[in-house]
Design a protein around this ligand. Structure first.
Ligand SMILES: *Cc1c(COP(=O)(O)O)cnc(C)c1O
Length: 465
């Protein structure tokens, strides 16, 4: 595309960005001094930056570009829809075909009892919808005091007041008056970091039973819902032990607590099924969707709601919605994404080709002296870095120091892996081929080697006491 900025040298783009652009989750002053990376284009699983580097994106943008970059079909659908009807609202007794078709398609793909969709512009918005919807559900049924929400430490549910409060990120809660009242956090099922000498199975049960203890503490008549990601994503790809979700399911059913499964990352094939709830054996009342719903080509999210909850909500006026709920262009783009996922059998590719190849690559990486194990579920994975494999020790330096060093060395080797604390995160486009996974492995080994050498050189390979 020909805009004046597109021909600017990198340094000028960086200066202009630093002067006017406030980045999310960033210390902008530090970014200005370091120089921001300018991404120019993408094709398949590769990005191109303003210096011409070809970077393998093992993060799918931000867990979302599941069908890969540069799909012409998506562009065609968006431009056709923009011409036909760029926008119309769904508030005042009106609808349009993209929203109708997308809701129907999602009802078809979702587990049997989930047949109703409330649209939002993002995952954060959808979780705010869920918060209000579950409280309204219980209030309509005559239990307005059944309004408390239980979530988990280190969960990520978005960045608005409601979703950020339900999330369990303490560094977010420290700013701006979060969490809002009525939200409670129990411990996460992170066996690698917190399981100590317990077996993963015992640890999973123990962490699930914290939910029962919290429900009993608050009173089951006060608890509206439990919200959780089937597999925590932004918290560090934490795959719960096999005992965890069945016990959570039992507890929620026993105490009449609704389950909100936040599928924003897990949904649409990431874990090998359409939804992470299927992979983990969860029967949710509401599923949050976003990211992979459109493969990131357009901003759209939503809540897929079960018959039981929808029946109650549909009987009242639910005073909630977004200008862009069911936005026609975004809905058309999401539909095209779902068509591509189905017609190209991308879930089969995940289960039979890309998933096994990624697993094999991770096993090689897990042998590296700096890597303390692996967490993997389908096409999402994390490699915790450690100074001492056997004891799963943490580093002596502040958490995240080594993870950040490794991320920088990934970039230097034309690879995007994100770090969460001292874990390296992998979540590539689902369409990645075995050949591309080989490239991933080679670059990741090099980045780990470079990190290891730097740690040795700086005498930083030390465990916390
Ligand atoms: C990214 C994410 C969200 C928030 O979605 P946004 O589109 O960024 O608002 C919510 N839940 C989970 C699990 C996420 O990964």
């Amino acid at each position: 595309m020909s805009t004046p900025t597109n021909h600017m040298p990198t340094a000028e783009l960086q200066a202009l960005d630093a002067a006017h652009h406030m980045h999310p989750f960033t210390t902008n002053d530090e970014l200005r001094d370091r120089g921001v990376r300018v991404i120019k284009s993408g094709k398949g699983v590769f990005l191109k930056d303003s210096e011409g580097n070809q970077i393998l994106d093992a993060m799918s943008g931000l867990w979302c570009v599941n069908i890969g970059y540069g799909r012409q079909e998506m562009v065609d659908v968006a431009s056709r829809q923009m011409l036909e009807l760029p926008f119309y609202n769904t508030f005042f007794n009106t609808t349009h075909t993209p929203a109708i078709e997308l809701a129907a398609e999602l009802a078809k793909l979702a587990p049997d009892h989930l047949n109703h969709v409330f649209f939002a512009g993002s995952g954060s918005e959808a979780n705010d919808t869920n918060l209000r919807m579950v409280r309204t559900y219980w209030a309509q049924k005559g239990h307005p005091e059944k309004s408390h929400i239980i979530s988990r430490k280190n969960a990520y549910h978005g960045s608005t007041m409601g979703s950020g409060s339900m999330g369990g990120m303490t560094y977010m809660h420290e700013q701006g008056g979060m969490p809002i009242p009525g939200i409670h956090h129990i411990n996460q099922p992170d066996w690698w970091a917190e399981g100590g000498d317990m077996t993963p199975e015992d640890f999973g049960l123990a962490r699930a039973r914290e939910l029962e203890a919290k429900i009993e503490e608050l009173g089951a008549d006060k608890v509206a819902a439990f919200i959780a990601e089937p597999v925590q994503g932004a918290g560090g790809v934490i795959v719960p032990p096999s005992t965890y979700w069945p016990e959570i399911q039992r507890i929620c059913e026993k105490h009449n607590v609704l389950i909100i499964a936040d599928e924003v990352i897990c949904g649409f094939g990431r874990t090998g099924n359409w939804f992470g709830s299927t992979t983990m054996g969860i029967k949710p009342h509401i599923m949050t969707i976003a990211k992979g719903l459109s493969s990131g080509y357009a901003p759209i999210g939503g809540s897929i709601v079960c018959d039981e909850v929808a029946e109650v909500i549909n009987a009242c006026e639910f005073n909630h919605g977004y200008t862009y709920s069911g936005h026609p262009v975004c809905a058309a783009v999401a539909l095209e994404n779902l068509r591509i996922l189905q017609e190209e059998n991308i879930l089969d590719h995940v289960n039979n080709v890309a998933g096994p190849a990624l697993h094999a690559a991770l096993e090689v990486l897990a042998e590296h002296p700096l890597v303390g194990g692996m967490n993997v579920c389908g096409m999402m994975a994390s490699l915790p870095l450690t100074p001492h494999k056997e004891t799963r020790a943490k580093f002596a330096m502040e958490a995240g120091t080594v993870g950040f060093m490794c991320r920088e060395r990934c970039f230097a080797n034309d690879l995007v892996m994100r770090h969460v604390g001292d874990r390296m995160i992998i979540s590539p486009p689902l369409v990645i081929t075995p050949e591309e996974i080989d490239i991933f492995q080679t670059r990741a080994v090099k980045a780990l080697d470079d990190t290891y050498s730097a740690l040795m050189e700086k005498d930083m390979l030390k465990a916390a006491s």
